[in-house]
Ligand binder design. Structure first.
Ligand code: SF4
Length: 560
């Protein structure tokens, strides 16, 4: 659905107007320009001791001594290098989030992010995650929009056994958070889709095996996000990653990748930019390493809110960035290359699709990514009972199960339905994602998961088996940080406390309208716009979406 922007207050369109740090007499903390002297407490703790080193202390000291034994710098800094964040203490009002000190918001339990590069999982791995969820995380599990699975209520005492179980099946939490190369997003249909241009799995494997956990890249200015796809649906939200590779068929060189850099959302969103290069598959890991080292060496470190790669790109521009990459880091020139064509199919892979080997892959969705340890274990059983052992997580909080034989598809879909994982969801269920929100996130102002779930169920009830007039993306965030990519949705909701008609302070959302990435049905990727004064109460989302959808259905031209 393309929403009208008439009357909208422009925030950013492509987001290209962000400003790098102002030229000043103060150093910006660029290691190659200013030297490596730490300019703030964050940079200081990273230099004092690598986040990677905290694993040993967790296993040998903190797991025995419990929460109170944890050094505060480890707790609030280095733990993230192993996928651990303290979660929010229950019952603290979202209106107080900004006025309380972080330790006042903090519980003695952790969120734990399990890293799933390329979203590639086996049923054996799924069972292990389900078991950890049940045994150590009160049965919680959320599919994140970066292909990870996030658990909650984890105690530090459980971590040695959790790591033992994860690593016994080839999973890890290494650099799942922190100022490091995070999980590598990969096409959920890598290696199996009949219309795939190239299987990116070897490139993902090379990057993760060579560089994840490498101390040389364990102190970046901030997080560093990667996406790689070989599928024409461009299914990895590449425009909002620090570095991304999108398959393209070059008229002379054949299939390789179009290189993008400098995308990121948060409160200052900016879509990535193409460097105009064609990257051969066997060059991908070296090019990735070059971009990561540019970020390490030239990224701004003085101000944490100006430290993502997008600010350096805004300062340098794509021509200079490419030149530095080629001359200082690769020491060869990359071929020029074309842009990949606009996708013709959606990138969430929901539904039933034939694989290149004649079997089928089935994309299914829980509501807003929320599942449970028991559902995970039951899903593993269901998948195996239908002759498969492989599945994928997606950047849209969905699951794709591979290798289902044709004569088992119907029974498999019925089994998914019984688990609450629909392969034939309503458009609103399919298009809605939500971030962690106030239930567990210390930065949150409002609830997201339950609020969005209630809106989805209410809309489905009102539509009574009918559907929205067209696909619609509804992204729900608990604060301005945009973990649920609000600026890239038809309707993006940014959590805040608002004033209702009676003058009460209530949970609500600022509305963003009209965003979408290449994989959406927009003509081209663009960021949504804030509509000044347009806010919706948490209890009014279903009404709002229904109004928008009805107006759209009435006003649209032809099959718009
Ligand atoms: Fe937390 Fe805000 Fe991110 Fe949601 S958007 S997970 S509330 S930081």
């Amino acid at each position: 659905m393309t929403l009208s922007e008439t009357g909208a207050q422009a925030a950013t369109a492509r987001g290209a107007r962000i400003r790098p740090p102002r030229p000043s007499s103060k150093p910006n903390g660029q290691w190659k320009v200013d030297g490596t002297e730490p300019l703030n407490a964050n940079e200081q703790f990273k230099q004092d001791d690598s986040g990677l080193n905290v694993r040993e202390r967790i296993e040998k000291v903190y797991a025995q001594g419990g929460f109170s034994s944890i050094d505060p710098t480890d707790l609030h800094g280095r733990f993230r290098w192993w996928g651990l964040y303290t979660q929010r203490k229950p019952g603290i009002d979202g209106g107080k989030t900004a006025s309380l000190e972080p330790h006042e918001l903090e519980d003695e339990y952790f969120m734990l992010r399990v890293r799933i590069d390329g979203g590639q999982l086996t049923t054996e791995q799924l069972r292990v995650i389900g078991g950890i969820s049940t045994d150590f995380a009160r049965g919680t599990a959320d599919l994140t929009d970066r292909q990870n699975i996030q658990l909650h209520w984890v105690e530090v005492e459980s971590m040695p056994e959790i790591w033992r179980r994860l690593e016994s099946v080839g999973l890890s939490t290494t650099e799942a958070c922190g100022d490091v190369p995070r999980v590598v997003l990969g096409s959920p249909v890598a290696g199996i889709a009949s219309d795939e241009l190239i299987d990116p799995t070897p490139q993902i494997d090379e990057i993760t095996s060579r560089f994840i956990g490498d101390p040389e890249l364990a102190n970046l200015p901030r997080k560093f996000k990667t996406a790689i796809t070989g599928h024409p649906s461009q299914d990895v939200v590449h425009e909002i990653n620090d570095v991304a590779f999108v398959a393209v068929d070059h008229p002379e060189h054949g299939v390789g990748y179009d290189l993008w850099v400098g995308g990121a959302l948060s409160t200052v969103p900016r879509l990535g930019e193409r460097l105009g290069t064609w990257v051969a598959p066997d060059q991908v890991a070296d090019v990735w390493y070059g971009v990561a080292r540019i970020f390490r060496d030239y990224g701004y470190r003085r101000l944490r809110n100006k430290a993502r790669l997008k600010f350096l790109l805004a300062d340098w521009g794509p021509e200079k960035f490419r030149d530095v990459l080629e001359t200082e880091y690769l020491e060869y020139r990359l071929a020029d290359g074309p842009a990949a064509p606009k996708p013709a199919t959606p990138g969430d892979h929901v539904g039933v699709h034939r694989q290149k080997d004649g079997r089928f892959y089935v994309g299914a969705t829980p509501i807003v990514g929320r599942i449970s340890g028991q559902q995970i274990a039951d899903l593993a059983d269901l998948v195996e009972a239908h002759g498969s052992t492989r599945l994928r997580t997606t950047p849209h909080q969905k699951i794709v199960v591979l290798d289902i034989p044709e004569d088992r598809v119907k029974s498999f879909i019925a089994g998914l339905d019984a688990l609450g994982l629909s392969a034939r969801p309503s458009l609103i269920r399919r298009g809605t994602i939500a971030c962690t929100g106030i239930e567990y996130c210390k930065l949150a102002i409002v609830d997201t998961k339950d609020t969005a779930r209630a809106a989805v169920l209410e809309l489905e009830k009102r539509l009574g088996g009918a559907d929205l007039p067209a696909p619609l993306s509804l992204h729900v965030n608990g604060c301005p940080n945009s973990c649920a990519r609000i600026q890239t949705a038809d309707i993006g909701l940014k959590g805040q406390i608002i004033t209702d008609d009676e003058g009460n302070q209530v949970p609500g959302f600022q509305v963003h309208l009209g965003g979408g990435l290449a994989s959406s049905d927009r003509a081209e990727a663009g960021l949504g716009r804030t509509v000044r004064g347009l806010k919706v109460e948490a209890t009014g989302i279903a009404d709002y979406v229904e109004r928008i959808a009805t107006r759209f259905a009435g006003d649209r031209d032809g099959d718009e």
